[in-house]
Design a protein around this ligand. Structure first.
Ligand SMILES: Nc1nc2c(ncn2[C@@H]2O[C@@H]3COP(=O)(O)O[C@H]4[C@@H](O)[C@H](n5cnc6c(=O)[nH]c(N)nc65)O[C@@H]4COP(=O)(O)O[C@H]3[C@H]2O)c(=O)[nH]1
Length: 515
């Protein structure tokens, strides 16, 4: 059942991955198409406006001429104007709807009647698009007439736009769309389309964009039709699908693995609590100047099904997440008090340090539990040292209150892993503590990293000034011990130099490692 559910989850993740990658692919395609379309529309509009502006300027110059029309001097001026234009083929004169003369043809032997115009503009200009058989030569041409002036747009004026890329098309037209100046490519989809389709939320593969001139009655509606991922060649399509399937599958597998690992970790803690296989080891704490053992730290141990040890930092976190950490604390307290009972009773200067998580300290039922266990074993509460590592400042006030409850019962607190996380100096002042444990990362940097050595010096000096005991963690070499001792002669030490964590109590004063 569980396996079937896992497979369904993986298949769902693969499907989501494929869908996601196809969606991303489609987004990439449309944004690329939109960028091309925007560029194409802008350049075509600019070009069309230039052509129209040249027509208008030339018409203005001819219409406002004071010359009598089609006289030799008028023709000379027309030729001059025609010669200077870039996008016009010819310019001329009309009267009563007939062409009388042009710069190119001179005076026509017979005046040529104009066909009815396609459009009359508000400013009085008449427009013809593709007017046929002008001059009787079978020529198709675009023309504009103003008063007695006529200009003919050069048929090749838009030549560079005549053959757009196969997926592009465009219409150059008036703002109301009634008069089309030019068509490029297959403009059928443009007539049917919606010019807002380049908005990001339109995933349509047919992209349409419309832009208009601010000054002239000219707009460009352009379209790109190649923004369809599914219409692409099979290889990139398969590649996108494969990538999506792979990433979806990998994500699904990783999520399952993470869930299983977390589940199994908390289940292992639960089982170990039930069958008692969660064990406790003890590491000696010594007075560094004479290596006299003054106490032990109880450390919880858990192994996986293959017998491999699981780091306490990992399973304690899992226990915290699964709401089991208070049970772990009770088991460690019960075991450690029983294991160390004889030594604690025999030596009043011998302490037992127990790690508590913040959740343990906040657990109001733990104080009576600890007191009951101490009383049951006939021990002194001041021989029990509680170590906490504060990693969050969020519940500081509550934490201080809870710590005071333990303190009232005679227990002492040490801040563990001092120098990491939030256990800073300002924090020290606010906590009811007897001492600090300097994190092993500083000890192990002694003689190697100048910055850490400086921190060690400061920790030694400040703890001394505040009257706090100092336990130095992770002492592995005589050099580290010597360095600490010249800073604080009364420091306590814990580390492999004095003894590794072991199941049994290290014998008093013995500095040899216990494994
Ligand atoms: N490299 C090196 N390491 C040394 C040396 N001397 C001691 N250590 C290791 O340093 C850690 C000291 O414990 P901690 O700072 O309280 O840090 C502890 C403590 O925060 C937590 N922990 C362990 N047992 C318990 C428990 O019963 N309850 C709670 N809440 N936390 C626990 O897990 C942490 C890690 O515990 P361990 O893996 O046992 O790791 C232990 C110990 O094995 C040394 O010379 N060199």
């Amino acid at each position: 059942m569980g396996q079937t559910r896992d497979w369904v989850f993986i298949i769902a993740a693969v499907s989501v991955g494929i869908l996601g990658s196809l969606l991303i692919g489609q987004f990439v395609m449309i944004s690329t198409a939109d960028a091309r379309l925007s560029e194409y529309t802008s350049t075509l509009l600019t070009y069309s406006v230039n052509v129209a502006q040249e027509s208008r300027d030339t018409l203005g110059k001819i219409a406002h001429s004071t010359q009598s029309i089609c006289t030799e001097s008028d023709l000379e001026r027309l030729r001059f104007l025609a010669f200077r234009t870039e996008h016009l083929r010819d310019v001329g004169r009309v009267e009563d709807g007939r062409i009388l003369c042009t710069a190119l043809w001179g005076i026509l032997p017979a005046a040529q009647p104009l066909p009815p115009p396609n459009r009359e503009q508000r400013d009085g200009d008449f427009l013809w698009a593709n007017a046929e058989d002008i001059g009787g030569y079978g020529i198709k041409v675009d023309m504009v007439v103003r008063d007695t002036a006529i200009v003919f747009t050069a048929p090749i004026a838009f030549q560079i736009y005549e053959r757009p890329a196969s997926d592009l098309s465009a219409l150059v037209l008036t703002r109301d769309g009634q008069h089309v100046y030019r068509r490029f490519g297959d403009t059928k989809p443009l007539a049917e389309g919606d010019a807002t389709q380049t908005e990001w939320f339109h995933l349509s593969p047919q992209r349409i964009l419309s832009r208009c001139s601010n000054d002239l009655d000219i707009c460009v509606v352009a379209g790109a039709s190649n923004a369809d991922l599914l219409g692409q060649p099979i290889v990139p399509l398969l590649a996108a699908t494969g990538m999506g399937a792979l990433s979806g599958g990998a994500f699904g597998w990783a999520a399952l693995w993470y869930r299983r690992r977390r589940l199994s970790l908390s289940q292992q803690v639960k089982r170990a609590l039930a069958d008692g296989s969660l064990s406790v080891v003890y590491q000696p704490i010594v007075r560094m100047r004479d290596k006299h053992v003054v106490g032990v730290e109880a450390l919880a141990r858990l192994s996986d099904e293959a017998g491999e040890p699981i780091s306490p930092e990992v399973f304690i976190k899992a226990a915290e997440d699964a709401g089991l950490v208070c049970e772990v604390a009770r088991l460690v307290i019960r075991r450690a008090l029983a294991d160390m009972r004889d030594e604690l009773l025999a030596r009043r200067d011998f302490d037992l340090s127990i790690n508590l998580s913040v959740l343990d300290v906040l657990d109001a039922a733990l104080v009576p539990y600890l007191n009951d266990e101490i009383a049951r074993n006939g021990l002194n509460p001041d021989q029990i040292v509680l170590e906490i590592t504060e990693r969050s400042t969020a519940r500081r006030e509550k934490l201080v209150e809870a710590m005071k409850a333990f303190q009232r019962s005679g227990h002492r607190f040490f801040i563990d892993d001092f120098g990491t996380g939030y256990s800073n100096l300002a924090y020290l002042a606010s906590l009811p503590i007897s001492g600090i444990k300097m994190d092993k990362m500083f000890t192990q940097a002694i003689g190697k990293e100048a910055v850490c050595s400086a921190i060690v010096e400061n920790i030694c000096a400040i703890s001394d000034r505040l009257g706090l005991d100092l336990i130095v963690e992770g002492v592995e070499t005589e050099e580290q011990a010597a360095y600490i001792l010249q800073l604080r002669n009364d420091a306590f030490g814990q580390g492999w130099l004095y003894g590794k964590p072991g199941r049994t109590l290290p014998s008093t004063g013995d500095s040899r490692p216990h494994c």
